[in-house]
Design a protein around this ligand. Structure first.
Ligand code: PMP
Length: 430
């Protein structure tokens, strides 16, 4: 089955959602298996393709959003794991909603940050923020339901929304201080059919590095009330701000706002380790039971072992604060290296805003080269990036690209930019 065949079998509503992200088409139908419509409609991941290309060509990866190898708490895990193993239940099933002690820790942390008491029963421990979003989509979306996202937006969320056959519309959110475009889109879309969800990455977003102001966060909650939908705040980069020394980089006091319409997703992937696969969602009271049931149906709950480990890491005095402080320094230095190297090697061929935190520089090639077409040339030069088309629900801006400074070390970042500049010149000369 080619991509066009797949398109003819999916319903109108779902078809409108199939994103145009880099011209990828669904893969071939496996022998002996008839794929469901939503699975057949799922395009291959552009990021996975860029990462495969990078590995195959042994390229420097400015594509991966993985934490730096030196950022991972190897020694801390080693010193805690034996202790964790001897705890009762470490190798058993545990509560579906999460290890009680870990839920309590997350609830206390959210309460402290938001200034509002959050009961541990509202926490569901998940396999990272990605599963948190999947559970929320399962709870709230029927095929064809409308979801509004920032433009551009995290590609993993776009992929998941496609899987759930959502009707995805993207509008500028973080770059719009008054949320005027979102307000208009909500009014326009709600007159066609109800909008169920607005999805945002509120701090140091993937891919733009942008953060929402306190006013924008409060504005989102107001719009959710007015248009009877929920706001999903997916916040894995929250602590990784470079211009602050406080424990919480972005103040989210007032973020939860007591609203039953804001669902917050958190993750340990970027501050401790993506391999522990621990995240959490803060469920509004009415969604608490449905989300716990969905978690049970999905996987019966997270591993007790990794939850015990996460709890031990989080509660070891000073460990998290020290880790966060170290990561801010590490990533700030890498950001500076990447920014300087981009300026040196690409000059006015590239435009970008310098991010205040997180993992990514979001850039645009000023001569308008299509970065999806540029990628093979860049891989030939030995450098990988993610073409910007991966981050648009519709009508991608094809000269954009995401450059990660998280994974490559400073020497590789500088050399990667020199290679990228060669690729841009080669492609520009064609
Ligand atoms: N949301 C965003 C915005 C991300 O950048 C990522 C990681 N790339 C995720 C969710 C998934 O993270 P996790 O490992 O917590 O599932």
């Amino acid at each position: 089955m080619n991509g066009d065949d797949a398109m003819t079998t999916i319903p109108e509503d779902a078809r409108t959602t199939t994103p145009d992200r880099g011209g990828s088409t669904p893969g071939p139908r496996p022998a002996g298996a008839r794929l469901s419509r939503h699975c057949a409609a799922l395009p291959p991941s552009v990021i996975a393709e860029a990462l495969r290309g990078a590995a195959r060509d042994r390229a420097i990866s400015l594509a991966a959003g993985s934490p730096a190898a030196t950022a991972l708490p190897v020694d801390e895990v080693r010193s805690l794991i034996d202790r964790v193993l001897t705890r009762p239940g470490a190798l058993q099933y545990t509560d579906t909603g999460g290890l009680p002690a870990l839920r309590e820790w997350f609830a206390a942390d959210v309460s402290r940050r938001t200034g509002r008491a959050v009961h541990p029963r509202r926490i569901v421990v998940t396999h990272g923020s990605q599963q948190g979003l999947d559970l929320v989509c399962r709870a709230l979306l029927d095929p064809g339901d409308t979801v509004l996202v920032d433009r551009p937006s995290y590609s993993g969320a776009l992929q998941l929304l496609t899987l759930h056959q959502a009707r995805v519309r993207d509008v500028p959110i973080a770059s719009d201080p008054e949320l005027t475009a979102l307000d208009r889109a909500l009014a326009r879309e709600s007159s066609v059919r109800p909008v169920r969800m607005v999805y945002v990455v509120p701090s140091y977003a993937n891919p733009t590095g942008d953060s929402l102001s306190a006013g924008q966060r409060a504005g989102l909650a107001r719009l959710a009330e007015r248009y009877d939908c929920v706001v999903v705040e997916d916040d894995p980069y929250r602590q990784l701000g470079f211009r602050t020394s406080s424990a919480d980089a972005v103040t989210d006091r007032g973020s939860d706002r007591g609203s039953e319409r804001v669902i917050t997703l958190g993750s340990l992937s970027k501050v401790l380790s993506p391999a522990v696969r621990i995240g959490y969602l803060v469920a509004p009271e009415p969604l608490r039971t449905p989300l716990s049931r969905l978690k049970e149906a999905a996987d019966l709950g997270n591993s007790a072992l990794t939850q015990q480990l996460a709890h031990a890491l989080l509660t070891t005095p000073g460990l998290l604060d020290h880790q966060v402080a170290r990561l801010r320094g590490l990533y700030r230095e890498r950001r500076d290296t990447l920014v300087a190297a981009l300026r040196e090697h690409l000059g006015d061929e590239i435009a970008f805003a310098v991010p205040d935190g997180g993992f990514f520089v979001w850039a645009r090639l000023t001569r308008g080269l299509d970065t999806t077409e540029l990628l093979p040339t860049a891989l030939g030069e030995g450098v990988a990036f993610v073409p910007g088309a991966a981050f648009y629900a519709r009508e991608p801006e094809r000269a954009t690209l995401r450059l990660s400074y998280a994974t490559a070390d400073p020497g590789e970042l500088a050399e990667g930019c020199a290679r990228l500049a060669r690729a841009v010149r080669t492609a520009g000369a064609k």
